[in-house]
Design a protein around this ligand. Structure first.
Ligand code: ASP
Length: 582
């Protein structure tokens, strides 16, 4: 290739035997063996073994004595076969080694804060020295996989006729349900840009502008509490198309998913992905992003227990239950009840059917009628029926959490399965518990379901929307919708959310104007790139596929950001800081 190397270290093979080659990389290990010095030289392609023989190469031998782990080294020498007992079948270069004639220390390294091959380094240390962490196989693999997936996504989008158009990051706040990061303006003190929570309104304007099919790998910024699947900044495959049907939008995404699997040489999920209504997802799985890699479906006993002698059942708005394939002990049931209470349940009633087929074990059995008991008795011996009686959202929430918990705990989740599916038919509005007002489910630009427009005023809670979510193994990969393209409907939706016409005009007048000037029907989607890539890589935290992520507490251990600024900068921006310095 050049003066530094002819090949990558991991590319040396028996076919190179007899050739003089130059390689360069990092020293993974150096061992002295009765005069011979062995060096494992590494780059992203793998390791090759160098041998320095002091008799054949006295000068390189002197240099080799000086070499330590993670030095950057260039070596030139002849590729030879290893002696049969020295062959290492575990690495692709294991049949050969390089007999060094020339050795150069290109760059030295201090002793590192951790060994590159140590799997147990704490995350803050890994992130503080991310450039060292990146030398590990795991990060190399994940970042390269990410690049392959993004390449496949772009190709698929372009094949499907989408064009890549950039949208501003500095904009007016976009309502995606999170807080905006504000950018103070030096030129107009007291005024702020917001970092875009998504390109939402701009992509809708692209449709008004006749671009027809837009996409972008867009960065989005959201000021939210961080979790395993959340960062302040992340990327989305953001897309929008004009004159679509819902099915067409879903199909675009399915093609992208399939193309990504194929790019990695994996068997893609079969299309079309299954679809499930939101109401059904909540009823059966207690979640709008159910993990379908296992059953353990929630069942409803509200009707059955309406006249129950057990008052807790009779009086609850909703009674739902799970039949778990295990007869729990008292101690285990106590733990499960604690778990349920952490999620907000008042209690957890149960019926245990022991393996030996003896009578049901339960403090509530004596209150239940023959008919009730009969309905639950279908449970096999060695099982437990767990009940939550509460208002509907609480019963869903608690049983949904219990289902996931037990699925993991009892090893019911089939990790080898990939379950993609769509959740459809979301409600248009949800009640905001704090304000008691109707609020949007995802963002306020989602269209009501056809024929549900009149419900905006008459029965907002009953109106369904044309929103859809893509779920993979219980992770929400992304969301989208068919949008409102008529100004009058958009205004009615704002009104239903308690926004006065003046307020709507002040905030979104610029957008409402566009809807009055020939807006075609349109719809789109945004797929979270890091979530998608993390799942592709088999990681359970998106930080493992991001080169320089923030920690869970929202800081960057590498640079020390966020950091205070100077008084001069603050004065220039017209800002005074109230928070006392830590
Ligand atoms: N803007 C939405 C989001 O960022 C996606 C969409 O509706 O297209 O989640």
């Amino acid at each position: 290739m050049n003066r530094w190397r002819d090949l990558h270290t991991g590319e040396v093979r028996p076919e190179h035997v007899g050739q003089d080659l130059t390689v360069a990389g990092w020293v993974a290990r150096r061992r002295d063996h009765g005069g011979l010095i062995f060096i494992d030289l590494r780059d992203h392609t793998g390791i090759v073994q160098l041998v320095v023989n002091p008799e054949r190469a006295p000068e390189p031998a002197l240099i080799a004595r000086d070499i330590r782990a993670e030095f950057v080294v260039r070596a030139q020498g002849e590729v030879v076969r290893r002696a049969p007992d020295a062959v290492n079948p575990n690495i692709p270069t294991g049949e050969v080694e390089v007999q060094v004639n020339e050795l150069e220390i290109v760059s030295r390294s201090e002793p590192l804060p951790f060994q590159i091959d140590d799997e147990n380094v704490e995350e803050p240390v890994r992130l503080r020295y991310r450039y060292l962490d990146l030398r590990r196989d795991r990060m190399q693999h994940n970042l390269r996989l990410s690049a392959t997936v993004i390449g496949a996504i772009r190709r698929s989008m372009e094949e499907q006729g989408f064009i890549d158009v950039w949208t501003p990051s500095m904009t007016l706040g976009t309502p995606e349900g999170a807080r905006d990061f504000l950018i103070p303006m030096r030129l107009q003190p007291g005024r702020f840009y917001a970092l875009a929570q998504s390109p939402q309104l701009f992509k809708q304007l692209f449709m008004v502008g006749g671009l027809d099919r837009y996409y972008q790998i867009a960065t989005a910024w959201r000021d939210e509490d961080l979790r395993a699947d959340r960062q302040f900044e992340f990327r989305q495959l953001d897309l929008e198309l004009a004159f679509p049907t819902r099915e067409q939008v879903l199909d675009v995404l399915e093609q992208v998913v399939v193309a990504s699997f194929e790019a990695l040489g994996r068997t893609p999920p079969s299309r079309p992905f299954p679809r499930m209504a939101y109401a059904d997802a909540l009823l059966r799985f207690g979640s709008d992003k159910p993990d379908l890699r296992f059953g353990l479906e929630i069942q409803d006993a509200t009707e059955l227990t309406r006249d129950s002698q057990f008052g807790v059942f009779a009086n609850a708005a909703t009674v739902r239950y799970l039949v778990v394939p295990k007869a729990f002990s008292r101690g285990e049931l106590q733990k499960l009840e604690d778990f349920a209470k952490e999620w907000g349940a008042k209690g957890l009633a149960y019926l245990v059917y022991d393996e030996d087929g003896a009578d049901v074990r339960s403090p509530i059995a004596k209150f239940l009628s023959e008919q009730e008991l009969e309905a639950f008795r279908s449970a096999d011996p060695g099982s437990t029926v767990l009940f939550v009686a509460d208002n509907t959202p609480m019963a869903e929430r608690v049983l949904g959490a219990l289902r996931l918990h037990l699925g993991q705990e009892l090893g019911l989740v089939d990790e080898s399965r990939d379950e993609f599916h769509w959740v459809l038919d979301f409600p248009l509005f949800l009640k905001d518990e704090d304000s008691g007002r109707w609020t949007f489910v995802h963002h306020p630009f989602t269209s009501p379901a056809p024929g549900h427009e009149h419900l905006i005023e008459t029965d907002p809670g009953a109106a369904l929307s044309q929103h859809y979510d893509l779920i993979w193994n219980g992770w929400e990969l992304g969301s989208g919708s068919i949008r409102i393209h008529r100004q009058e409907i958009q205004e009615r939706v704002f009104r239903a959310m308690g926004m006065s016409d003046e307020e709507a005009r002040a905030k979104f007048g610029w957008f409402l104007d566009a809807l009055r000037m020939g807006a075609p029907p349109h719809g789109g989607f945004a797929l979270g790139i890091e979530r998608f890539v993390a799942l592709m890589a088999g990681e359970s935290n998106i930080r493992e596929v991001i080169a320089f992520p923030k920690t869970a507490s929202g800081s960057d251990p590498l640079t020390g950001a966020p950091a205070p600024t100077t008084k001069e900068r603050l004065d220039e921006l017209g800002i005074s800081v109230k928070t006392p310095k830590a």
